[in-house]
Each structure stands twice: as C-alpha cells, then as structure tokens.
Design a protein around this ligand. Structure first.
Ligand code: SAM
Length: 177
C-alpha cells in the first residue's frame, strides 16, 4: 500500500512546529510523501536532514492548490481519506481502509473548506472530540498498518537505533561527508 499525506492551510508561522510534526509522523509511521500548502520552506530542509541521518527517502512537496493534488491523486487511483472529528468513526472504517491500494490522507489546520468533505472517499473521525492533526494522523496510520510500519527499514541511515531495555544503543555508520 502507498500512503501519502496532504496538509492544508496552515496558520502562517504559528503552525510551523505542528506542520513539522505532521511531516515527522508521516515519515516515521510509514507514509512516503507529504504535500503542503502555505508553509515555511525550512520544513523541507528539516526533513531532508532527518532523512540523511535516519535514512529513507521521505519526500516533501510544496503545492499551491490543495484541490489540484486531490484531483490528480484521484486520477492515479488513490482513495482520499479526510481526517475530521465529524467523520465516520475510525473503528467502523479501519477494516475497509486496510483493503485499499493507495491512500492520500488529508489533514487540516484551521477550519477546512466544506468541499473537502465531498471530494473525500472517506471522512474519518478519530473520536468525535476536537484534538490534533498530529494525534489523528498517528492513530490512523497505526490502525491502517497495525503496527507493521515500525518494522519498515529506512535505507542508507547514518544512525540506527538498536532497541534496548536500558540506555541507548545507536549504530553509527561512518561516511566521508
Ligand atoms: N475546527 C476545525 C475544523 O472544523 O476543521 C478543526 C481544526 S483541528 C485543530 C486541525 C485538524 O486536526 C483537522 O482539520 C483534522 O484533520 C484533525 N483533527 C482534529 N481532531 C480530530 C478528530 N477527532 N478526528 C480526526 N481528525 C481530527
């Protein structure tokens, strides 16, 4: 399954940290790419540094219009999953989502445009209380992949953590740069 994420309409400056965390969760929880609108370009650099150190090829792409990417992905046979506290319960749709081939997950910042609810194939609520796009995304990705995302290998990492009961065990790969 290919999973990509689109983050729409961040509140300029105020949401930089949240947007960075949405991207970090996407990467660490098995998505391959994130599309972003209206963001601080430094976020891309941050994710590139993370890839260099911790491996993999997670991609960040800046876009002007969220609607064009949703339409394009629909043509590429992605199902659109919009995270919203007003949506159907995740408990009721997780099984169906696991059977899909490609997913584009849409997360909002402020109030999202009404149109998204109609463009989405699934409007999914992670509970029906307001919380955060970071938590909603993490739980959705975990429910879809049932923890398998943590077995994913991030190739060409400079650092690799060997999980241990106590302390820290990090394998460091020597490189010339
Ligand atoms: N009041 C805003 C609205 O009506 O769209 C919600 C803004 S919330 C801070 C930002 C994003 O977090 C939402 O667009 C949604 O993607 C996600 N989110 C927050 N709570 C959620 C929940 N219970 N279930 C699913 N997604 C949620």
């Amino acid at each position: 399954m290919v999973i990509e994420v689109v983050r729409i309409g961040q509140r300029i400056v105020r949401d930089d940290r949240v947007t960075t965390h949405v991207a970090l969760v996407s990467r660490a929880f098995g998505a391959e790419k994130i599309f972003m609108t209206e963001v601080n370009p430094e976020i891309k650099g941050t994710l590139e540094k993370i890839n260099k150190t911790w491996g993999g090829n997670f991609m960040v792409e800046f876009i002007d219009k969220w609607k064009s990417i949703i339409k394009k992905k629909k043509e590429e046979n992605f199902r659109i999953v919009h995270l919203s506290m007003y949506g159907e319960s995740i408990n009721d749709v997780q099984e169906k989502l696991r059977g899909e081939e490609n997913l584009l997950i849409v997360v909002g910042a402020e109030k999202v445009p009404r149109e998204i609810y109609d463009l989405a194939d699934y409007n999914v609520g992670v509970g029906s209380q307001p919380h955060s796009e970071i938590s909603a995304l993490a739980i959705l990705l975990d429910r879809i992949q049932k923890g398998k995302q943590f077995e994913k290998v991030f190739p060409d990492a400079k650092r690799k953590i060997i999980p241990t009961k106590t302390g820290k065990n990090v394998q460091v790969k020597e490189t010339r740069d």
